[in-house]
Design a protein around this ligand. Structure first.
Ligand SMILES: *Cc1c(COP(=O)(O)O)cnc(C)c1O
Length: 225
């Protein structure tokens, strides 16, 4: 299993390097977030042993159960919260994560600012944008983005850039290109976009943080979606 994990990691890294070439980007510009949600520590350890350090989880409670022990063994791990966050979990999220990707509304922004003040620590965030303007999806409405960025500045929450999950089952490239433009228009230069099915496309269109689960760990059981 250790070999298989290392093999998949090499493969994904090679694909990222290939996708960087046409736009003459450096491979180091792209952070590979290994999305380990639903997978037990035994499946995560081989990636850690292969030298990977950046991981993503989408549930605070699951991360609390898995990561403190892994972090003891690998203190330089960088943990990203990639999923939706409830305001009442802000304290726990700020304590555990090094980066939060799902900031998408004023109420959560306030809760995070308060949690960061209390913890005496600023956790960098991505603002999630509802790029396909889908009703059921999380993410800030495109029209509300400038105001949310201003509020984050006022609350001294460091905003790295924008994050999106494009609509399912449609060609994602136009949505990635649009997120790139929105970020540029708002003076932000980092983009969290691209998952197992489309990370190469995302990198070609400027992604700086790809969130890859299945291509590294294999299929998940349903609950993690
Ligand atoms: C699960 C998840 C991913 C990883 O998805 P894969 O298709 O398994 O690579 C990426 N981003 C978010 C927000 C997720 O919830």
């Amino acid at each position: 299993m250790a070999n298989e994990a290392a093999y998949r990691l090499d493969e994904v890294r090679a694909n990222i390097a290939k996708a960087c070439k046409p736009s003459r980007r450096e491979t180091d510009d792209v952070t590979l977030i290994a999305v380990s949600k639903t997978h037990p520590a035994e499946k995560i350890t081989p990636l850690l042993e292969a030298g990977h350090r950046v991981f993503g989880e989408n549930r605070v409670q699951e991360a609390q159960e898995k990561w403190p022990a892994l972090r003891e063994a690998y203190p330089d791990v960088e943990l990203h919260l990639i999923g939706q966050l409830q305001s009442n979990k802000a304290d726990e999220a700020v304590a555990l994560f090094d980066c939060i990707h799902g900031l998408d509304r004023p109420s959560l922004l306030k809760a995070l600012a308060k949690a960061m003040d209390k913890a005496g620590k600023r956790v960098p965030c991505f603002i999630q944008v509802n790029i396909g303007e889908e009703e059921q999806k999380g993410g800030c409405a495109i029209a509300d983005l400038p105001a949310l960025i201003e509020q984050a500045k006022a609350a001294e929450i460091p905003i790295l850039g924008l994050m999106c999950i494009p609509p399912f089952d449609i060609e994602p490239a136009p949505f990635f290109a649009y997120l790139f433009k929105l970020a540029a228009d708002n003076g932000l230069d980092q983009l969290s976009m691209g998952m197992s099915g489309d990370y190469e496309t995302a990198v070609m269109l400027g992604s700086t943080h790809v969130r890859v689960g299945t291509a590294l760990f294999g299929e998940r059981r349903k609950q993690g979606q």
